[in-house]
Design a protein around this ligand. Sequence first.
Ligand code: NDP
Length: 445
Amino acid sequence: MNSYLEKVLNEIREKNINEPEFIQAVEEVLTTIEPVVNKHNEYEKIALIERMTEPERLITFRVPYVKDDGQTVVHRGYRVQFSSLIGPYKGGLRFHPSVNQSIMKFLGFEQIFKNALTGLPIGGGKGGSDFDPKGKSDNEIMRFCQSFMTELQRHIGQDIDVPAGDIGVGEREIGYLFGQYKRIKDTYEGGVLTGKGLSYGGSLARKEATGYGLIYFMREMLNANNNSLEGKTVVISGAGNVAIYACQKAQQYGAKVIAMCDSKGYIYDKNGIDLDCIKQIKEIDRERIYKYKDKHPEAEYVENSSIWNIKCDIALPCATQNELNLNDAQILVSNGVIAVGEGANMPCTKDATEYFLANGILVAPAKAANAGGVATSAIEMSQNSMRYYMTFDEVNQKLDNIMVNIFNSCKNAAEEYNLGNNYVAGANIAAFRKLAKAMKAQGIV
Ligand code: NDP
């Protein structure tokens, strides 16, 4: 490995010893940008990689709230303002018990590269809390969101930092967060949060954007390799925002989605997943996925087993980080998978990705393939600034064009460095070159 990159990587491992996910995300990027760094000896003197891997600001705060039974509970809130190099910090909020500093930093770091790939003027950030919205009443969710925003509002603004949703934060939570922000600031700053409800500044097609974008990227990737989605069997992990709309678009392109899951188990329906039923369970009833069997008794529900044991042509991990490991990758490959599309952030472990690539499997990397959500968030911000609403078709068409451009950036960068169809490296290189250029131009900050 390039000696400068190796030195930085070792320093990062030492300094962040308790942050395995962050180290993993940095390692993945640094090992793939080597051919670019080799051509730029000047980076070392200006500590370009050190600056790119150190957040500009990391904020943690106390979030107390009162439960319905009168008990006060304290959670920890985070906002990582990682990079404002090419625009205001931008990235979602995650409410999940697993949230910690490592996960926040890995997500914030990935976000910088993802946002650069969209071609839009947005920097990278991420935030959230170790609060678990599952099983909480609406009032508890509202009180928690209000408490969270009471602190977060000091640090955000439509030209400073613009959070959105992520795991556990959907339209309901964004609504409560937005209401509290507006109340404290006493100003209508429509663009301070994205993923808003349609009646108060949200964008049509934002809800669908990450899942749709993933499938647009997959379509381009398959096309470029003389293949298509038509008639393919697809397994999707998760049954949340990304998974549901990836399923919808894949079905529209003639693919057959045969399995989806939540964190408790998976549903395998050989006749093809009934998405309306999944939407009812997850978006409306906020129930567990096994309820699918109430309507479809012929489907199989399996607990405590990997969804990746199911034979498929295309695997779409859309749940969470490191949900697909080397063993899963080996099973998928032996079952004849042809392509993997990362809807979630860093869902494949590093050795799983390497195994796919070594076996000629097409991999659509998260930074590129799931960038449709944040790109559409940026379109939501534009609409808020213009005091204007675009139609669903207008937004969807822009999203499609953006995903085509992102795919082409990954493909062109991979070709330029003789990396064949390694779009993982292509995505990292394309994003890194843009960021490095901006960093050099802006001096030592
Ligand atoms: P949601 O909260 O809407 O859904 C997450 C889904 O994944 C749920 O069905 C959840 O099940 C399931 N899940 C979580 N952990 C596990 C696990 N360990 N094993 C199996 N299933 C699991 O989140 P999103 O769909 O918004 O986000 C999913 C991923 O996509 C995340 O990595 C996120 O960072 C990424 N992403 C999201 C974007 C967006 O626009 N929403 C944009 C770009 C990336 P359960 O309900 O049981 O917990």
